[in-house]
Ligand binder design. Structure first.
Ligand code: MV4
Length: 492
């Protein structure tokens, strides 16, 4: 592999380019009209335009991406996450063009992109799935009878698609017919298919997922779990590893189930098996994500591995090259997603220009960013700007480092969720590890509002700071300064 085209934007495109550079592989970025000059185009060795701002005509346009790869002379494509990353037709088209797709083949995406088929495959492989119905008979009467058999509450899920779209929680028989009709309607318009599965609705579950890696020689390993229970409207906000909910025995069983799931899927490359963990400690397969995940850095922190490097090596046909002996995880890692969303205004996106920006630094701090001062945050794309990741010897230490890192992070020009993140990691229930997928809804009222001046006032403050005279021009010192006696020496 000599040149990788990165079919994505923002922080993940920057992240992939950095590993390629370390590996001595050239990179070509792609950019829409909205992203000319964006950070990811500058971190890559070259950048190719792919069309207008609308993602459907640029980052989601298979022909545009393939023609960019031809123009750049790339021999491989990394899809990042989102966009075309889980599109089986794209993976096939990349291979048909004679290029290496850095991810699983098309049939794996299709196999796991279908909940009905995935549930059946997992049941056959002995992986626990939520009690439910995944049959071919989709008649109204059959579904209603199956829902009653499962027992209320039941969740209706579109077989295609994900991210909570089209899902309906039904708490009794009388609400089932209308919920089914609206779930089907939403599924048909969003995914072009109205097949549903039914599952027992697990109340107050945790979302715990297993990172897996598989090569083309049949080796399948796990890289432990991540807990992603802190979500808002199906978007993860804070993730961590290890999960504070698991003891060693549960962890062993969960990770073994993740490996069994990957084997059953004939998986290749990096993937994630999502599970629900119920309050009694039982876990159930939910779905498999056939891509690198946003939250992969916490796994990298505790394992010392570079997941993008491993993806590239596996895609190049090399057997997994992992350190000999059992997997040793060190410490604990946390990730907070920094987004241009206004937590005090219904989490509405806050597009605009980044005026000023100071990423956090320090021991155990990693910052995966996709922005720079002057960057335009567009309404056309996901509002995530960057990820703040901290590592510590213990969960408490990674939280303390996160709280400090967030306090030192500055983004001016757009409203961000920074204060929301601060109040989550400061919350006593979060500190105790009492997490579940309803955490934010339950605690929203008790999350402290940290008063913050509006962005234009902060930007004015920064401009004023630049006009403050420096050094001797500040005038006579009133306190003796030990550094004055050092002659010509300065702190580096
Ligand atoms: C569930 C569940 C409870 N029981 N499945 C949401 C996104 C997708 N990845 C899976 N999701 C869920 N699946 C069963 N059997 C709870 C969720 C869930 C959820 C569901 C409806 C509304 C909001 C939710 C928030 C988090 C998780």
């Amino acid at each position: 592999m000599k040149k990788v085209l990165i079919a994505n934007r923002g922080e993940i495109a920057v992240r992939v380019a950095r590993t390629c550079r370390v590996m001595g592989i050239a990179t070509a970025a792609v950019y829409s009209d909205a992203d000319a000059g964006a950070l990811h185009t500058r971190v890559a060795d070259e950048a190719v335009p792919i069309g207008p701002a609308e993602a459907a005509r640029s980052y989601l346009d298979i022909d545009s991406i393939l023609s960019a790869a031809r123009r750049a002379g790339a021999d491989a494509i990394h899809p990042g996450y989102g966009f075309l990353s889980q599109n089986g037709d794209f993976a096939d088209a990349v291979a048909a063009a004679g290029l290496t797709f850095i991810g699983p083949p098309g049939d794996v995406h299709r196999r796991m992109g279908d909940k009905k088929g995935a549930r059946r495959l997992m049941t056959a492989a002995g992986v626990p799935v939520v009690p439910g119905y995944d049959g071919d008979d989709q008649g109204d009467a059959t579904l209603a009878a199956e829902a009653a058999r499962i027992g209320w509450p039941v969740i209706i899920k579109p077989s295609r698609g994900g991210g909570g779209k089209g899902m309906r929680v039904v708490r009794g028989a009388k609400d089932f017919p209308s919920a089914l009709a609206s779930a089907r309607r939403e599924a048909r318009s969003a995914f072009g298919d109205d097949v549903v599965v039914l599952e027992k609705f697990v109340e107050r579950p945790r979302h715990v997922e297993v990172q897996v890696l598989a090569d083309t020689s049949g080796n399948v390993v796990h890289l432990l779990e991540r807990e992603c229970s802190i979500q808002r409207r199906h978007q993860k906000v804070v993730e961590e590893t290890p999960s504070p909910a698991l003891d060693d025995d549960q962890r062993r069983r969960l990770c073994a189930a993740g490996v069994a799931a990957a084997r059953a899927a004939a998986y290749v490359n990096a993937g994630t098996v999502e599970f629900l963990l119920d309050p009694s400690g039982a876990f159930y397969f939910l779905e498999m994500n056939t891509r690198l995940q946003v939250e992969h850095p916490v796994t990298e922190c505790i394992t010392g591995l570079d997941l993008v490097r491993l993806q590239i090596e596996v895609a190049a046909g090399r057997p997994l090259a992992l350190p000999a002996g059992p997997l040793v995880a060190r410490g604990h890692a946390l990730e907070c997603r920094l987004s241009a969303e206004d937590p005090w205004n219904g989490d509405l996106p806050s597009p605009g220009r980044i005026l000023h920006y100071v990423p956090p630094e320090g021991p155990g701090v990693r910052f995966d960013g996709g922005i720079a001062a002057g960057s335009e945050v567009s309404v056309h794309y996901d509002p995530m700007l960057a990820k703040v990741i901290t590592w510590g010897a213990s969960r408490d230490e990674s939280i303390a480092r996160m709280a400090d890192a967030l306090r030192r992070t500055v983004v001016l020009g757009v409203v961000t969720n920074l204060e929301r993140l601060q109040s989550i990691v400061d919350h006593p229930a979060f500190r105790r590890g009492e997490l579940h997928t309803g955490f934010l809804e339950e605690h929203l009222a008790s999350l402290e509002r940290v008063p913050c001046p509006p962005p234009e006032a902060l930007a004015a403050a920064v401009l004023a700071l630049r006009r403050v005279p420096s050094g001797a021009a500040r005038g006579a010192r009133t306190v003796a300064d030990p550094w004055e006696s050092l002659g010509g020496w300065r702190l580096g």
